[in-house]
Design a protein around this ligand. Structure first.
Ligand SMILES: Cc1cc2nc3c(=O)[nH]c(=O)nc-3n(C[C@H](O)[C@H](O)[C@H](O)COP(=O)(O)OP(=O)(O)OC[C@H]3O[C@@H](n4cnc5c(N)ncnc54)[C@H](O)[C@@H]3O)c2cc1C
Length: 443
C-alpha cells in the first residue's frame, strides 16, 4: 500500500462510484458537516443513457462525461480520489483501492457503495471481443470505430459477400439500449452517410435487432412494443424475436430460434446490449454480511438500503436487488442515503425505508419518434420524442454540456450531419491493445 487517505475530526463519508448514485449522494451532502471522499475508477461522471449517441457520432464523449472534480469544484467538503476499489473491509471500516500510484486505504465512518453494473454475456465472456457492450466511454468509442470503420471497409472491399458482411450490423438485446442503437445505426446509414461513399450505397446496410424475448421493449407493455416495432420496421430495422444468440465470432453470429434450429448471420459489426451483472463488490459485501445476492449479483439490503448488521454501509443504484436498473433508482437511492446520514448526524431518527418513486420510462426509436410510459399514461411518437429530449437535457450535468448537446442534436436531427465521427486506430484496436497489456479497459 502506498498511502492512507486520512481525514481529521469530521464524520468521514466515503462514496464508491461517480455514476448517478455516487454523484447524487455526494451532492446531497453539500451542506452537511461531513468530509466526503468519492472514490471512482474513472475521472468522469458518465451519463450512460446517451452512450449510444457517442457510438453513432452524434455527441462527443465530453458532453456525456464531465470531469467529476469539475462538477464538484464548488463543494468544499468533497474530494475526488481516482482508484479502482478492490476490497471493502467492513470490520476495519476501510476501502482499499488501487491506482497507477499504488494502493490506498480510505477509512470511513459511513460508506455509500454505488459501483453500478457491468455487461453480462450470460457466461460467454469470449463474445465480448467480437460484440462489445456499451457501458463505458471506452466501449462507446470502440463501437464508433467499428461502426464507421465497417462502412470504410465495405467501400474498399470488392467481393460482394464481403461487402454485405461489412454492411450488416447486428444489435443483440431489444431493450431500450438495443432499440435506440439499432434505430440510430439505421438512420446513420440511410440519412447521415448519404453521398459520402463512391463504391457502396450505405443505405443498403442491413441492421438486425435480435432478442430471445417475444417482443421489443418488454417492460413498456404490448401496445408500445407494437408501436416501436412498427417504427423500427419503417426505418428498415430487421427485428428478429425469439432468437437466442448461441455463438459469436469475428465474421458473424449464430442464433437459435424457438424451434431449436440454428442459423448464422454474417456480420462484421456486432453490438451487445443484453444483460447486466452487478459490480463484483456486491459479492464481497454479501460474503462479509450474509446478505443474499440475486442471479445478476445484486445485493439485498435492509429497507433503509443498509447492509444487515452494518447500518453505516449503504448500497444504492444498479447494485441493489429488487429494483429496476434505471438512473432514477440510483439518483433517489443516493439522495435517500445522504438524507439518512444528515438526519443521523443531527441526532434525529432517520427515514425508515427507501421507497422508489417511479417517474416513468422512455426510449427513442428514431429521429422524431420515441415511446414513453409515465404512470398510467403511455404514448408514442413526436410528443414522446420531445419529452425524451427535454428530460435528457435536464439531467445532463453542466450548462456547457447542455448547450453543446442541444447544438449537436439540432445538427443531427434537424439536418443530416454527425459531427463526432472521428475514430482513431487506437480506439478501434483499444480492446486488443489493452488485453495484450494485460489490463482491463478502465472506463
Ligand atoms: C447504454 C445504457 C443506456 C441506459 N439508458 C437508460 C435510460 O434511458 N434511462 C434510465 O433510467 N437508465 C438507463 N440506463 C441505466 C442507468 O444508466 C443506470 O441505472 C445508472 O447509471 C445506475 O447508476 P449507478 O450509480 O448505480 O451506477 P453507474 O452509473 O454505473 O456508476 C457506477 C460508478 O462506479 C464506478 N465503479 C465501478 N466499479 C468500481 C470499482 N471497483 N472501483 C471504483 N469505482 C468503481 C464506475 O466507474 C462508475 O463511476 C442505461 C444504462 C446503459 C449502460
Amino acid at each position: 500500500m502506498s498511502g492512507k487517505a486520512s481525514y481529521v475530526d469530521k464524520h468521514r463519508v466515503v462514496v464508491i462510484g461517480s455514476g448517478f448514485g455516487g454523484l447524487f449522494a455526494t451532492k446531497a451532502l453539500k451542506r452537511a458537516d461531513v468530509d466526503v471522499t468519492i472514490v471512482a475508477r474513472t475521472t468522469h461522471h458518465l451519463f450512460q443513457p446517451l452512450l449510444y449517441q457517442v457510438a453513432t457520432g452524434i455527441l462527443s464523449e465530453g458532453e456525456i462525461a464531465p470531469a467529476t472534480r469539475e462538477v464538484l469544484r464548488r463543494q468544499k467538503n468533497a474530494r475526488v480520489l481516482l482508484g479502482d476499489v478492490t476490497r471493502i473491509d467492513l470490520a476495519a471500516k476501510e476501502v482499499v483501492s488501487t491506482s497507477p500510484q499504488g494502493g490506498t486505504r480510505t477509512p470511513y465512518d459511513t460508506l455509500v457503495v454505488a459501483a453500478g453494473a457491468t455487461q453480462s454475456y450470460f457466461g460467454n465472456d469470449r463474445f465480448a471481443e467480437f460484440a462489445p457492450g456499451m457501458k463505458s466511454i471506452d466501449e462507446a468509442l470502440e463501437l464508433r470505430g467499428r461502426i464507421f470503420g465497417a462502412f470504410e471497409m465495405a467501400e474498399l472491399a470488392e467481393d460482394p459477400l464481403e461487402i454485405d458482411r461489412w454492411l450488416t450490423f447486428v444489435v443483440v438485446g431489444a431493450g431500450p439500449t438495443g432499440v435506440e442503437m439499432a434505430g440510430q445505426i439505421s438512420e446513420l446509414a440511410r440519412r447521415a452517410l448519404t453521398g459520402n461513399f463512391r463504391n457502396i450505397d450505405p443505405a443498403t446496410a442491413r441492421v438486425v435487432l435480435l432478442d430471445a424475448a417475444p417482443q421489443v421493449l418488454g417492460p413498456f407493455g404490448d401496445r408500445l412494443a407494437e408501436k416501436a416495432t412498427r417504427q423500427l420496421n419503417r426505418i428498415k430495422v430487421d427485428v428478429q424475436l425469439g432468437a437466442k444468440v448461441v455463438d459469436v465470432d469475428a465474421q458473424g453470429i449464430e442464433v437459435e430460434g424457438p424451434d431449436g434450429r440454428r442459423r448464422r448471420i454474417e456480420a462484421s459489426c456486432k453490438i451487445w446490449a443484453a444483460g447486466v451483472a452487478a459490480s463484483p463488490l456486491g459479492a464481497q459485501l454479501a460474503e462479509q454480511t450474509g446478505a443474499p445476492l440475486d442471479r445478476a449479483g445484486r445485493i439485498t439490503t435492509e429497507p433503509d438500503l443498509t447492509l444487515p448488521g452494518h447500518p453505516e454501509v449503504f448500497v444504492v443504484g444498479d447494485m441493489l436487488a429488487g429494483q429496476p436498473g434505471v438512473a432514477q433508482v440510483a439518483i433517489q437511492g443516493g439522495r435517500y442515503a445522504a438524507k439518512t446520514i444528515r438526519t443521523r448526524l443531527k441526532g434525529k431518527s432517520a427515514p425508515a425505508s427507501f421507497a422508489y418513486k417511479d417517474k416513468g420510462s422512455m426510449a427513442t426509436v428514431s429521429r422524431f419518434h420515441a415511446v414513453a410510459s409515465i404512470g398510467p399514461v403511455r404514448f408514442a411518437g413526436f410528443l414522446a420524442w420531445l419529452a425524451w429530449l427535454a428530460l435528457h437535457l435536464f439531467y445532463i450535468v453542466g450548462f456547457k454540456s447542455r448547450v453543446t448537446t442541444l447544438l449537436h442534436w439540432t445538427v443531427s436531427f434537424g439536418g443530416r450531419a454527425r459531427s463526432e465521427r472521428t475514430a482513431t486506430l487506437q480506439q478501434v484496436f483499444a480492446r486488443r491493445a489493452l488485453e495484450q497489456l494485460g489490463s482491463r479497459p478502465p472506463g
